[in-house]
Ligand binder design. Structure first.
Ligand code: MCN
Ligand code: CUM
Length: 789
């Protein structure tokens, strides 16, 4: 322990960054105020699909406080009317020909203050001719349906891509010989990450130095800089992206949004800094959504409950522009990990991506690139299979889970899982839950007409993208750099490429260095979120910070340690091969009292001491870490609910979560990540929904309509811990940031379906609002994502 009680490496420790957050001293983009700063506001389309006949900005320009009104025609002069997306599509920065979703950006006003900018929006006159709207992905490929992306040459329909994984022939073969096949349409509705802090930018273009400084809410500052350079044509060394404190991201802050470019252009036109800060409705209605996967799943098994295979067909609604963020070769993300935690013989999945007149973005919301959808589907199917076979769902899972001896395990769609002990995780969850007793309680309650349900979910995650050979985003290979400097007095500064949005990197990354060097985490300053101050890397999403950047930090620290050994050998006048390491200190083998601490060695490395050949001085080291594989955290969850059949109200009474993310750097932070993800899961299972009407009007534009879970809906979490280190990560650590969000919705829905078993309900789609549950009990499941009926 260090003086203030923090561990000298891994272990529980309060978050360093909270010292400023709990005092209200964080600095978010909207806190940035520059001299002479102007304010931007976006005029958005009220219609989901319409031709733009004319845009008249005369009155807005005449407003005394307005400095500039930008439309697509100004942008076109700079070659900026359209921008590339992360999925090799293009997106209108400001609409010129048509608007394609409600809330689409049409014009950008720059004014002296925020209020004037907003007021001036009302002075812009846009004439629209409405077009037919595609609000339902299910109709997007009908022949009579209007083509949304007529801007794309040769585009005759609304299809974006067809993609498949796994082996069709062998899958068909196992289905042909199966005793039982269960098929079900399962919707994972459109939801939204809804971070506490909405998106925003302060763009400051210096016309003399021709340098752009952009303070923006981004999860990936370096990738944003590269993208801004290629879009704007400003050389990359003259762009600085600063991502200060970020108030939640959950994937929402991965893309570059049109208003960011408008703010930059606004700054170029006016010669002054321009701030644009999104409001809540803009964030909900127009920024990166998640899910919207319309899935048909089939599961095949023998009559004694051996699961054989899985067949999946998906219609993926990507909205009006294909802006989803995932590695290039994976248009459906990592959805094909759909075989989950089970030992199957074959699997095949086909995904068709389509355009609709809905907001673009996609993937975001603690999803591990679509594993959220895959995991939910397979866990629903396994429960339906248990129902069909009249088997206990825990027993069915136990029979089919991968065994520890099968790792490293290559699943039928090609992923190589690194490590795990799945049956032990489920056993621990069942023991913690008191599973047998819960089943007995349920049986007794059913006798009394009370509806209690127990739901299980076993999931496998795949986080920490690259390796760079197989994974890139827009050609940028997925590896991350890190630099570690050791000061003459022995304290350290670690510069990393990833960016925390609340995950506590300033603490855990300091703990990694502390662990490797035997110093206190308080002596390690972590610098991130500024491209001028940190090495290049692809940023934080897909829970890749610990698996990739954390590994980089560990390797850099190990390199420091090795250099320190050479310096220590000069100090002690012994051969390096005679030195041994113990926490923080090199000492002479066999003479443990003769040694030098890292602090002493750092001082010597900066002194006039003659150093061995090949050691230039100082202890600094860097690393670019190219992960050999993803890491595969997993878990086993059990949820207990009580359902009131009269009102359809669901109460989540207990939630047991056993997670294995390998070595835990800071168990308190890990548990915090799990708590948050479990709340997300309850939210999506019970209330979160981005619905649309048949005119494409978004029905989730405020927190009055888009419901978020609070502590009231969450039970006291009961967590269990397993530690199976990743064999290929230098610390044995796997990511944890999305596990609970991925794994928990199925546990909640499975519990509710289990409660409704006496009503012969097999499946109902999320969110299971009281109305949806009530309708399911009445035998009329609700299609909740469309307000069309
Ligand atoms: N950690 C640890 N031991 C491990 C694994 C992780 O101590 N074995 C710690 C990490 O060092 C880090 C935190 O747990 O401090 C999360 O680490 P990791 O799993 O590497 O995930 P990232 O840091 O890459 O965070 C991204 C992940 C994603 S993709 C989403 S989405 C999400 C999530 O994190 N968004 C969040 N959790 C969030 N938490 C907050 N508060 N805000 C968000 O926006
Ligand atoms: Cu998919 S949400 Mo997180 O990967 O930023």
């Amino acid at each position: 322990m260090s003086a203030n009680g923090s561990p000298m490496g891994f272990g529980r420790m309060r978050r360093k960054e909270d010292a400023r957050f709990v005092r209200g001293r964080g600095t978010y983009v909207d806190d940035v105020r520059l001299p002479g700063m102007l304010h931007g506001a976006v005029l958005r389309s009220p219609l989901a699909h319409a031709r733009i006949e004319s845009i008249d900005t005369t009155a807005a320009e005449a407003h005394p406080k307005v400095q500039a009104v930008i439309t697509a025609s100004e942008l076109a002069e700079r070659g900026l009317a359209w921008m590339p997306t992360l999925s090799y599509d293009t997106q209108a920065v400001l609409a010129s020909d048509k608007v394609r979703f409600q809330g689409q950006e049409v014009a950008f006003v720059v004014a002296e203050d925020h209020y004037a900018a907003r007021d001036a929006l009302a002075l812009i006159d846009v004439e629209y001719s409405p077009l037919p709207v595609v609000a339902d992905a299910g109709t997007s490929l009908d022949e009579s349906t209007v083509v949304i992306r007529d801007d794309l040459k040769d585009k005759q329909d609304n299809r974006i891509f067809d993609w498949e994984a796994g082996d069709k022939a062998s899958t068909d073969a196992v289905f042909a010989k199966a005793d039982v096949v269960v098929a079900q349409d399962v919707l994972y509705p459109r939801v939204h990450p809804a971070p506490l802090e909405t998106c925003g930018i302060v763009a400051d273009f210096d016309p003399i130095a021709e340098k752009l400084t952009a303070w923006s809410t981004t999860q990936a500052p370096h990738a944003h800089r590269t993208l801004l350079a290629s879009v704007l044509g400003i050389p990359e060394h003259r762009i600085r992206v600063i991502s200060p404190d970020v108030g939640g991201g959950f994937g929402n802050k991965v893309p570059i949004y049109p208003a960011y470019l408008c703010a930059v252009v606004g700054s170029m036109i006016t010669g002054r800094p321009v701030k644009w800060a999104e409001d809540r409705s803009e964030n909900l209605m127009t920024s990166a959504f998640a899910r919207d996967y319309h899935m048909r799943g089939e599961i095949a098994a023998t009559s004694d409950g051996k699961i054989l295979g899985l067949r999946v067909r998906v219609l993926a609604d990507h909205g009006a522009f294909n802006c989803t963020a995932q590695p290039t070769d994976y248009p459906a993300g990592f959805f094909h990990i759909v075989t989950g935690s089970y030992d199957l013989q074959a699997a095949h999945c086909e995904v068709t991506g389509v355009y609709t007149n809905k907001a673009p973005g996609g993937v975001a919301y603690a999803c591990s690139f679509r594993i959220a959808e895959a995991s939910y589907l397979v866990e629903r199917l396994v429960d339906m299979l248990a129902l069909e076979l009249d088997t206990d769902p825990a027993e069915l899972r136990m029979r089919n889970l991968l065994r520890p001896g099968q790792f490293p395990y290559v699943c039928p769609t090609g992923w190589e899982y690194d490590s795990g002990n799945y049956p032990a995780a489920l056993e621990l969850a069942m023991k913690t839950a008191g599973y047998e007793a819960l089943r007995a309680e349920q049986a007794a309650k059913r006798e009394r007409g009370e509806y209690m349900g127990i739901g299980i979910s076993c999931f496998t995650e795949a986080v920490g993208a690259g390796p760079r050979k197989h994974m890139d985003i827009l050609g940028l290979g997925m590896a991350d750099g890190c630099e570690l400097r050791i000061h003459p007095t022995g304290s350290a500064v670690l510069r990393i490429s990833v960016q925390s949005q609340g995950q506590g990197h300033e603490t855990t990354f300091a703990q990694i260095v502390a662990h490797e060097l035997g110093i206190s985490p308080d002596e390690v300053e972590v610098v991130h979120g500024d491209t001028d101050q940190t090495p290049f890397g692809l940023g934080t999403y897909g829970s890749r910070s610990t698996p990739v950047s954390g590994a980089a930090a560990a390797v850099a620290a190990q390199r420091v340690r090795e250099r320190a050994k050479l310096v220590a050998s000069a100090m002690l006048e012994v051969s390096p091969s005679d030195l041994d390491w113990e926490r923080g200190r090199w000492f002479v083998r066999g003479a443990p009292t003769i040694g030098r601490t890292i602090t002493e060695i750092a001082a010597a490395a900066h002194s006039s001491l003659e150093l061995p050949d090949g050691v230039e001085g100082h202890l600094d080291a860097s690393c670019v870490y190219n992960p050999p594989n993803l890491t595969f955290p997993y878990g086993a969850y059990i949820c207990v609910v009580d359902v009131d059949p009269g009102t359809g109200q669901v109460k989540v009474r207990r939630f047991i979560a056993v997670d294995d993310c390998g070595t835990r750097i800071n168990p308190t932070i890990v548990e915090g990540q799990i708590h948050g993800g479990l709340a997300d899961g309850i939210g999506m299972a019970l209330m979160e929904l981005m619905a649309f009407d048949s005119d494409g009007n978004c029905l989730g534009g405020s927190f009055m309509d888009y419901l978020l879970p609070t502590s009231v809906e969450c039970p006291p979490w009961e967590l269990g811990e397993m530690v199976t280190p990743s064999p290929h990560h230098p610390l044995g650590a796997k990511g944890i940031g999305e596990s609970a969000t991925v794994g928990s919705p199925a546990a909640v829905v499975n519990a509710i379906m289990d409660a409704l078993k006496p009503f012969d309900v097999r499946h109902a789609d999320m969110p299971l609002t009281p109305a949806a549950v009530w309708c399911a009990i009445q035998g009329r499941p609700l299609r909740s994502d469309l307000a069309i009926e």
